[in-house]
Design a protein around this ligand. Structure first.
Ligand SMILES: [Zn+2]
Length: 391
């Protein structure tokens, strides 16, 4: 049995605002066997990795991703690419995630092929592969009647049946779309119908992720006790209090706006470049930042999502979200917790996003101090997955 000791590193796991320095961490049998000060570290017979100047952080969790899609300014059109192309995009994205230190991803929406969400096959193909992230998938989007054919579309009374049908296809969670079709800002479903779906999904041991862009849908989702509100671009104090009471996590996706802002310079697409479009984006962005502040005030758990693929962001850029959460008012250690332990709790694996002795060694070494500079999370030097160095 080989023991690897990461020697003389710093350590940050999102539980404290102070960086631990002079730390050694030992990996044996794929697990963290101990974390100790250097002078208490026994390196006899071990392979010693000089981790001087690096910070050990837990591998990150991207709670909102779309593995089969590639992002960019034509992200919606790319969802119509042939299934073989989408499967290859997923392989490439998975590789990119692991290289960036993101070892858990929730896929919250994938196109269907032959009646099965492509994400299910992606998960099966990547399962247990070193250098590929652990993946849980939601299947395809369930929205109110009126959305495109690539989705499952229903009216409220059929919502529960549609949710269970996704689980029957082999998904781990269910994605509800809590915006109404046609830009209408009313909630597409009523509380009783969403609650019935949530209870049925929970009875199967699965979870419900609810997309929400507007107040009314968010209010219904929070009252119905979904597991997470995704984006939450419009939340008020009332809704956040309900989220807190019902244990609803907010999955932030602020990098979507930052990405659109870059398109004002890098594309010729009107909705990004014209003054009117930019104003609209700025307004929605302001709402999303205010929602983060309201959630934090209310003590709502915040987890990070990049929305890569199903939004315009590219895979592996979750560090952007951590940076933006700090801009939105979180302390750097809180933002790190969002990208690690909070995401892990929502993902539903106990050690996900943690650094604990006796638990799998899924960890990342970055150059710099993420507690004073969240951009350090971009500077990934090494990634260990179950104790094996994969990047
Ligand atoms: Zn999305």
């Amino acid at each position: 049995m080989t023991r690897v000791v990461l020697h003389d590193a710093a350590l940050a796991d999102g539980t404290s605002d102070s960086l631990r320095t002079g730390i050694s961490l030992a990996i044996e049998d794929g697990q963290i066997s101990w974390i100790r000060p250097n002078d208490a570290a026994d390196t006899t017979g071990a392979e010693v990795v000089d981790a001087g100047g690096a910070t050990i952080v837990p591998a990150m969790v991207d709670c909102h991703s779309h593995l089969t899609m590639q992002g960019g300014s034509h992200w919606i059109a790319r969802g119509d690419d042939p299934p073989g192309v989408l499967r290859q995009v997923a392989r490439d994205n998975a590789k990119r995630l692991a290289q960036a230190g993101i070892l858990w991803a929730r896929d919250v929406g994938a196109p269907m092929h032959d009646g099965v969400p492509l994400s299910v096959g992606v998960r099966e193909e990547l399962k247990g592969k070193p250098g590929a992230p652990y993946i849980r998938v939601a299947g395809t989007w369930i929205g109110k009647t009126g959305y495109p054919a690539m989705w499952v579309t229903v009216d409220g009374p059929k919502l529960k049946e549609a949710a269970i049908a996704q689980l029957d296809l082999g998904t781990d969670l269910v994605k509800l779309y809590m915006d109404a079709p046609g830009g209408v800002k009313d909630s597409p479903f009523e509380v009783a119908h969403v609650r019935a779906a949530v209870q049925a999904v929970h009875a199967r041991g699965a979870r419900v992720a609810a997309h929400s862009g507007y107040l009314a849908g968010a209010r219904v989702a929070a009252e119905a006790g979904v597991d997470s509100i995704e984006h939450g671009m419009e939340l008020d104090d009332d809704i956040c209090a309900t989220m807190k009471r019902n244990g609803v996590t907010l999955v932030s996706t602020l990098s979507v706006f930052a990405s659109w802002e870059t398109f004002a310079r890098t594309t010729t697409i009107d909705r990004f470049t014209a003054a009117e479009g930019r104003e609209r984006i700025a307004k929605r962005k302001e709402g999303a930042y205010a929602s983060i502040a309201a959630a934090r005030r209310a003590g709502v758990v915040i987890a990070t999502g990049s929305d890569f693929g199903g939004g315009s962001v590219r895979a592996g850029h979750l560090a952007w979200e951590v940076e933006l959460l700090v801009d939105a008012g979180l302390e750097p250690h809180e933002a790190l917790a969002s990208a690690t332990r909070n995401g892990g709790a929502l993902y539903g694996v106990e050690h996900a996003g943690h650094l604990d002795e006796g638990q799998p060694a899924d960890l990342v070494l970055v150059h710099g101090d993420p507690l004073s500079d969240p951009r350090a999370l971009w500077r990934v030097w090494a990634v260990y997955q179950r104790g094996v160095r994969v990047a």
